[in-house]
Design a protein around this ligand. Structure first.
Ligand code: SAM
Ligand code: SF4
Length: 350
């Protein structure tokens, strides 16, 4: 999109922004809540899956993505559950290419990698720009204890994706007493493979609600471990990226420190779950159901004055300042009104 077209688009359909002036450029869409893994930090023992007939169709998802791109979204990340478990997802990525004409710049996916091997060529051909693969341990026994699945297919998928020329990042959630010993091995392995490793602080979004601050391996603790082997420099200016970037012996790593050092202040992300509930924040206590509105929007000839826009703008505007502000609010009302929200990563899409 050239700069004249960009300005025309911004005039006609101004980008969404919140009360803290954060303009929304990124959309994460979950295409399914189902997953073949049972990561201890995410999936409950007995998940209650969304009903298939409640899921948004790819047609509805595309229509919503088109609407959001026309309102300033530049990056779409497809997630889940496990996105490669939803049939048709590769075709959907192909369809999204048409939105580049309206300003979409990047199409990304986050996957557990289990089914990746069979999809790598198709994902590349469909035009996927970035692929984040979750890998919490290089030790097969530890990996299985964390995910209830085996490591081998994930490594096979990662090597196949590298072979296909996909742009890969490796995501690792660290939990005290479980896999904190993987920091150095994962950095060594990822850098040998030319991947950027990213460590994620454990967030209170686990299905069993067992999270405790004591289980979090903090950004500082990760850095302390890295410094025992490497020279570590912080890279300035992460912009709206969720990870703080460091150079470790000249190679990049990222740390997503939502708990100890959050980036909420520059957050430009919005989220849609698989049944069309929209969240202005990963930690929102309240999402809004959009399925019926998306369907109405698809049937409406006048997209400029859309009901969807009128519905979304105030909700996005009232996005909270961030994780800590939401926690404080919840704590202050906990005694009088227990927090009923039970939302975990697999439901909202991480
Ligand atoms: N199934 C795919 C995967 O695991 O990559 C995509 C969905 S998963 C919910 C997206 C990301 O959220 C993964 O990188 C996962 O490690 C992360 N995640 C899940 N639960 C988390 C938690 N409680 N705290 C921090 N990250 C979490
Ligand atoms: Fe599945 Fe991803 Fe959650 Fe693990 S983190 S259980 S792979 S959705």
């Amino acid at each position: 999109m050239n700069s004249k077209a960009y300005l025309e688009r911004e005039n006609l359909f101004p980008a969404f922004q919140d009360q803290f002036g954060r303009i929304k450029r990124k959309l994460r869409i979950s295409v399914t809540d189902r997953c073949n893994f049972k990561c201890v930090y995410c999936m409950p023992e007995h998940p209650e899956w969304m009903k298939k007939h409640d899921l948004l169709s790819f047609e509805e998802l595309y229509s919503f993505c088109e609407f959001m791109v026309k309102h300033g979204v530049e990056q779409i990340r497809i997630t889940g559950g496990e996105p490669l478990m939803r049939q048709g997802v590769v075709h959907f990525i192909k369809q999204l290419q048409a939105l580049r004409a309206y300003g979409l710049q990047r199409i990304s996916m986050t996957s557990n990698g289990h089914y990746l091997k069979q999809y790598t060529q198709a994902l590349k051909q469909a035009g996927l720009d970035d692929l984040n693969i979750s890998l919490d341990s290089l030790n097969p026994t530890q990996f299985e204890a964390l995910t209830q699945k085996s490591l081998e297919p994930v490594l096979d998928g990662i090597y196949a994706a590298k072979e296909a020329g996909l742009n890969i990042k490796i995501n690792t959630v660290l939990i005290k007493g479980l896999n904190e010993d993987q920091i150095i091995p994962l950095v060594k392995w990822a850098h040998a493979q030319q991947f950027e490793p990213r460590f994620i602080e454990f967030m209170p979004l686990d299905g069993e609600q067992n999270w405790s601050a004591d289980a979090v391996v903090t950004e500082q603790e990760i850095l302390d471990v890295l410094k025992t082997e490497y020279s570590v420099q912080v890279l300035q200016g992460h912009g709206a990226a969720p990870a703080r970037s460091y150079m470790v012996n000249g190679m990049p790593i990222g740390i997503i420190s939502t708990i100890s050092n959050s980036f909420c202040g520059t957050c430009d992300r919005l989220r849609l779950n698989a049944q069309g509930e929209f969240f202005n924040c990963l930690f929102s206590t309240q999402g809004i159901p959009l399925k019926a509105l998306i369907q109405a929007q698809m049937n409406s000839a006048n997209s400029q004055n859309s009901v969807l826009k009128e519905f979304l703008s105030p909700y996005i505007w009232h996005k909270e300042q961030g994780f800590h502000a939401i926690q404080e609010k919840q704590n202050s009302t906990l005694n009088s009104k227990p927090n009923k929200r039970k939302i975990s990563m697999y439901m909202i899409g991480g």
